[in-house]
Design a protein around this ligand. Structure first.
Ligand code: A2P
Length: 318
């Protein structure tokens, strides 16, 4: 089985998690059942993926069939931007628990470090993104990240979630969070793959006691990373695939990976990546591929350019 990592509260998580982002309703349930069958014990979900109900049904079916208990799994979900208000945090978490048919989450993350106005629950295609009449995004300036974090801490106190963390936080936001957290964040889940290695962020987040979870560990289908000659040469040497090389690199540097696929052979192939052992020189070669190249282009949603100070990232789509 893949390595597991220990969080700053002593909880352990399996280093390979199954990613459910962009897995369309109608396909995600089957993908989750396949993932559990081939050995995944960690599922990464979010309310905004709008597929948690189907994931929950798949878990209900698959667990007894595979002789598994809820405690054998590590299940993560994320608080959507429209539910940052302290009064909404618990409702949002309870909605996710109902959808996933779970009575607790192993990990609950603040999905993004900004708040939008509440637009109702559950999150749906017609309410996930509140906009002004001119189509620009509406931000909820009355809700601070500190207010939201207090409410996240209450979820731990209430036993609804075992660990809490964040996603898409920059270092400035992490430092800010560390200054007021009663329960320090266990995780920052960020985009992380060889062309966007996040070396500096990883070092500093780990110094602060956070574990890095890598989303889009294969470049999210948008990046040339799987075609890079350096990656392919290493793959050939190990009779592995380029995808497996990317996953093994992140695992060996101590990051949890959350590969997404809805294709059974790829779901299995990605899980088997933990068998691959890269040597120090291969790790160095892969470390050197970093171009700070962002694969998941969210500008349309977040309406970049972000306020100063902020260095604009470069996107693989450019
Ligand atoms: P699909 O779901 O059709 O397999 P990431 O995990 O970085 O977000 O990447 C997900 C994207 O990469 C999806 O488009 C997925 O497509 C594709 N993908 C997943 N696993 C592999 C693999 N082993 N080889 C090539 N592409 C993959």
């Amino acid at each position: 089985s893949p390595p597991s990592f220990t969080l700053n509260n002593g909880a352990r998580l399996p280093g390979i998690g199954f990613g459910t982002w962009k897995a369309a309703p109608g396909t995600v349930g089957e993908a989750v059942r396949t993932a559990l069958r081939v050995g995944y014990r960690h599922i990464d979900c979010a309310a905004v993926y709008q597929n948690e109900q189907e994931v929950g049904q798949a878990l209900q079916q698959a667990l007894p069939q595979l002789g598994l208990q809820r405690r054998d799994l590590f299940i993560t979900s994320k608080l959507w931007n429209t539910c940052h208000h302290p009064q909404r945090v618990r409702e949002a978490c309870e909605q996710t628990l109902r959808d996933l048919q779970c009575d607790y989450l192993d990990l609950y993350l603040v999905h993004w470090p900004f708040a939008w106005p509440f637009t109702g629950l559950p999150i749906r295609v017609d309410n996930w993104r509140p906009s002004h009449k001119d189509g620009t995004l509406a931000f909820a300036h009355d809700v601070s990240l500190q207010d939201t974090w207090r409410a996240m801490e209450s979820l731990v106190d209430a036993g609804l979630v075992r660990s809490i963390g964040v996603s898409n936080y920059g270092l400035a936001e992490l430092h800010d969070l560390m200054s007021y957290a009663r329960i320090p964040p266990a995780v920052n889940q960020i985009e992380c793959y060889p062309l966007h290695a996040q070396h500096e962020h990883k070092a500093e987040a780990e110094r602060l006691g956070l574990h890095i979870e890598a989303y889009a560990p294969l470049g999210s289908g948008a990046s040339p990373v799987l075609q890079l000659p350096e990656v392919q040469a290493i793959a050939t040497r190990h009779q592995a695939t380029a995808a497996q090389v990317c996953l093994a690199w992140n695992l060996q540097r101590g990051c949890t990976v959350l590969p997404k696929s809805v294709q059974p052979d790829r779901i299995a192939q990605n899980f088997e990546a933990h068998r691959l052992r890269l040597d120090a020189s291969e790790m160095q070669q892969l470390d050197a591929l970093d171009r700070a190249l962002v694969a998941c282009d969210m500008r349309e949603y977040w309406q970049y350019p972000m306020p100063e100070p902020c260095t604009l990232p470069r996107f693989v789509t450019e």
